[in-house]
Design a protein around this ligand. Sequence first.
Ligand code: KG4
Ligand code: ZN
Length: 352
Amino acid sequence: MIVLGIETSCDETAAAVITGDGEILSNVVLSQIDVHRPYGGIVPEVAARAHLEFADLVVKQAMDEAGLGFDQLDAVAATGGPGLIGGVIVGVMTAKAIAASQGIPFVAVNHLEGHALTARLTDDVAFPYLLLLVSGGHSQLLIVRGVGDYTRLGTTIDDAVGEAFDKTAKMLGLGYPGGPPIEAAAAKGDATRFALPRPMRGKPGCHFSFSGLKAAVKRAIDALPPGALLDQDVFDMAASFQAAVADVIGERTQRALQEFKKQCPDGDSLVVAGGVAANTALRARLDEVAQQEGLRLAAPPLQLCTDNGAMIAWAGIERLKAGDVDGLDFAPRPRWPLDPDAPKAAGAGVKA
Ligand code: KG4
Ligand code: ZN
């Protein structure tokens, strides 16, 4: 089986070709970061136009690098949501056109399921496992029981953790996206200098909250002597912020692991995915927490943690193996929770 996967739900235009046994024949990712950088964040309209301009080229490059023609594909998968709808429409229409012209199945993949199943491609992880998904748009803890079978244990009641990295970086003048420069600055800083809060730590359940942490960073910056921030202030603030994030995510994940062990005594892995999973300090903390609970940590390589086409092709393959395909009448979905039955998380602007 050979499947093309297309990802266009955020700010990467990406396409990949994968075989049914998980060999990656090509994996092309075109980042729009330079297009959005002047705005300090992603502008949905700008993203949609960029996807429209480049989707064909990225797909062609993925096919060329795999050395295949469309007639050698067995199926085509595209992110069907959730995400910025303009981009999702571009990817879905491109995939449907290829599927219709070749008479092959089309699979609409849930972007979050793409992240969730990547560890099965890279580390051969067996169901069930606990997934920590931490990206610019999501902070979730989910039990992955099988394809299409998820139980959400926690989510954020306000900002996503990647958003907190990006906003903190902006306040510190570190540019966009904020995760990598914060991590680099933190390596030179003193994490004990600023006493930042650990929101939700020790509370029942496994939900996250990051907006109070962001506000505390702003207050701490405002309390410094007026004038430009000194380099050491930036380093110490980045280190203090990153330590707070690692503490909170470590504690929330440990609680979720304890719940996971109760619900799934035969599960043996904690899987981490999403762009924030690139953070070395966070990975180290998660490794500790997993070991304390007697489980192993599986963290896909960096280029498969951030958005890419391979994860969509692979989730498409998993769905096809489960006998699942979509019709060409599939409508792109701006919202598409993995666990539609999860109770709503109460928080700012969200009703319980
Ligand atoms: O998964 P992703 O590429 O895109 C989606 O949001 O779907 O995640 C992007 C997020 C950004 O907020 C970025 O700042 C964060 O991942 N990130 C990091 C690191 N590298 C990327 N956060 C912390 N440490 C990093 N090294
Ligand atoms: Zn993503």
